[in-house]
Write a protein that binds this ligand. Structure first.
Ligand code: ATP
Length: 304
């Protein structure tokens, strides 16, 4: 028996970052948007947990127990008191350390794949709790669509959305470490004299204009409302990203922002044709390693 699960990447159409909390985390107002660009995780019977990976970034994916897919398999097995026996394979299309939650996506996909392979029939609510244990971005990869994440991002509220939005993702050479980008965000706030603790920075909230644009299926309004508090720190660590953003805008994107903690850049297009043209221009611009036209929202991790 082979179980194949498709799982989406995410872009944050809003990423509001609060001050640094005493526990080292930041409060976030995080509007996640699932896009069709995604990974495929296959589960087959095996002995113990073994893992393989293919794709352009496969060499930078850890194949040991630190991989979120392997951790997910072990966590699900431990929850049910069964022995984790599975051969997992990740067909990786999501850029690694790219700010698109690729590792989290594989964790969510492995939960769903192992649940089906082992015939466990775990309730969705329980899968969500296990996902939150694995990492803040994992629950969204199970849910998909568009959702508001609060807290560290793990408390999810699905949001109404109409129609399909067309996106282009420009993949950079090399990744950015998410903790390093948060540290740079704190450093820039200190440097600006505003302070970086949760006493200094107002708790972020979802932008009503952004929520309305999603509910109306209005790409122009969504483009105007895109915000990411991690964009300035990501550009500060990787100044070349400013060139990528400019190249996509010059190619006709109606909105542009760094995806999550970067370095992938996301561009909103007015339709599928425009997205294909923007992707082509970006590849020719030499400001990114590759550019992919895609769309969303799409559902979360599902057996295909
Ligand atoms: P986020 O947007 O959630 O911050 P990201 O997209 O920037 O994440 P990931 O691709 O999830 O970054 O990878 C971050 C690190 O996680 C990698 O450098 C790698 O060491 C580790 N990792 C663990 N499991 C995986 C996986 N299945 N795929 C890719 N990276 C993984």
């Amino acid at each position: 028996m082979t179980v194949t699960v498709r799982v989406p990447a995410k872009v944050n159409v809003q990423l509001g970052v609060g001050g640094l909390r005493a526990d080292g985390f930041h409060d976030l107002a995080n509007v996640f948007f699932a896009v069709a660009l995604g990974d495929e995780v296959t589960a087959e019977p095996g002995e113990g947990v073994t893992l393989t990976c293919t794709g352009p970034d496969a060499a930078s994916v850890p194949l040991d127990d630190s991989n979120l897919a392997a951790r997910a398999a072990r966590l699900l097995a431990a929850h049910h008191g069964v022995t984790p026996n599975v051969r997992l394979h990740i067909a990786k299309a999501i850029p690694v350390a790219g700010g698109m939650a690729g590792g989290s996506a594989d964790g969510a996909a492995a939960l769903v794949a192992c649940d089906a392979l082992w015939g466990l029939d775990t309730p969705f609510e329980t899968l969500l709790e296990l996902a939150a244990e694995l990492g803040s971005d994992v629950p969204f990869a199970l849910v998909g669509g568009v959702a508001l994440g609060r807290g560290r991002g793990e408390i999810l509220e699905p949001l109404p959305v109409a129609g399909t939005f067309h996106w282009v993702f420009a993949v950079a050479d090399g990744g950015l470490s998410t903790p390093a980008v948060f540290r740079e965000c704190d450093r820039l706030r200190e440097e600006a004299g505003t302070g970086s603790s949760d006493a200094d920075v107002p708790t972020p909230d979802a932008d009503p204009a952004l929520l309305a644009a999603l509910a109306d299926g209005d790409p122009v309004a969504l483009a105007a409302a895109l915000t990411n508090d991690l964009q300035a720190p990501a550009i500060s660590l990787r100044p070349a990203l400013a060139e990528t953003l400019r190249a996509g805008t010059e190619a006709g994107a109606i909105g542009a922002l760094v995806s999550g903690s970067g370095p992938t850049c996301a561009f909103l297009a007015k339709d599928a044709e425009a997205a294909a043209a923007i992707a082509k221009s970006l590849e020719e611009s030499g400001t990114c390693r590759a550019a992919h036209a895609t769309y969303g929202p799409v559902p979360g991790a599902r057996v295909s």
